[in-house]
Design a protein around this ligand. Structure first.
Ligand SMILES: [Zn+2]
Length: 308
């Protein structure tokens, strides 16, 4: 019966190892994180723009980290967006929604899951907006909808382009229909931008899914994506169970989605600033050329009138 004792002892050892694993909070407070080759210092990852030096995985970053990288530290002004009533439906599931909001605000230091900034890129004035995945999975509720509307309005008032960095699992179901209505509201806001002939560039980051993909994240004049980002509407498991077939490798990742035409360009994080800036300058120059022609025509008309 020695083997039974040995097996039991081995089981105890495994239990101790499992118990010794770090908690989420411990990982968050540690100097270390992990990627393909095991532990990596957060500082080293940050120095490489939060991209793994070995496998080039683009790790998730929050709006401030993103804006620091793309626009430069202290080179953007954070705009205060409207926050509608918290928890309009008095929602309660495993935890009250009010508590989830409170925890998300404490964790991210943000009032809602989106940050809107007034900034510039390669000397072009722009409005930019980004989501924080740590704020209830980057989901979109009424406050986030308001943030997108505010950003679109700001871009129109200042006649400048809007650049949106999408991230999140979809609409926030704790706000039920109110969150779903943000798909229509944000679509209408983007249409207003287009009526004003203002460029709207979307950068799809990991993950962009659900109602986000079904509304404002797919309405850009140009769609860029960071490498390897999950870009989907329904989850892979749901699709697999519905069609009862094995899904191809790389399914719903940037490179796969580009082949079906939803993504125009895959751009590494280190190149985003240059790429967004140069494409915007092309788009805006086109506008200024049209304006110049219009002005010349008006001037020559005035000259003709004077002559007559
Ligand atoms: Zn890696």
């Amino acid at each position: 019966m020695n083997w039974i004792k040995k097996t039991l002892r081995f089981g105890e050892k495994i239990k101790t190892i499992i118990k010794a694993r770090a908690t989420k909070a411990e990982i968050a407070n540690s100097d270390w994180t992990s990627c393909c080759k095991g532990p990596i210092l957060k500082k080293d990852l940050e120095e490489n723009l939060f991209c793994c030096p070995s496998c080039n995985k683009h790790h998730r970053i929050n709006p401030r980290q993103r804006f620091d990288i793309i626009f430069g530290k202290n080179n953007y002004e954070v705009l205060k967006t409207p926050i509608p009533q918290d928890d309009p439906l008095n929602w309660n599931d495993a935890k009250p929604y009010k508590d989830r909001l409170k925890a998300a605000r404490k964790k991210t230091g943000m009032d809602c899951g989106m940050m809107v900034v007034n900034t510039n890129i390669l000397n072009l004035k722009i409005t930019a907006i980004a989501s924080d995945f740590d704020f209830i999975g980057g989901s979109v509720g009424s406050s986030e909808g308001e943030a997108i509307l505010y950003a679109a309005q700001h871009a129109i008032e200042n006649q400048q382009p809007l650049v949106l960095f999408s991230c999140g699992g979809g609409m926030r179901m704790m706000e039920s229909l109110i969150s779903l209505s943000q798909m229509t509201r944000t679509t209408l806001a983007i249409n207003e931008l287009k009526k004003n002939n203002l460029p709207y560039i979307v950068v799809l980051t990991d993950p962009t899914a659900g109602g986000i993909t079904a509304s404002y994240a797919m309405l850009g004049d140009l769609h860029m994506a960071e490498p390897g980002s999950l870009i989907a509407f329904a989850g892979a498991a749901v699709i697999k169970n519905t069609i009862r077939e094995e899904l191809p490798s790389g399914f719903q990742r940037s490179e796969y989605v580009q082949k079906s035409g939803f993504v125009d360009l895959i751009v590494e994080r280190k190149d985003l600033r240059e790429k967004i800036g140069s494409l915007l300058s092309i788009l805006l120059k086109k506008n200024s050329v049209i304006k110049t022609v219009e002005n010349e025509t008006t001037e020559s008309n005035t000259a003709l009138t004077k002559a007559s």
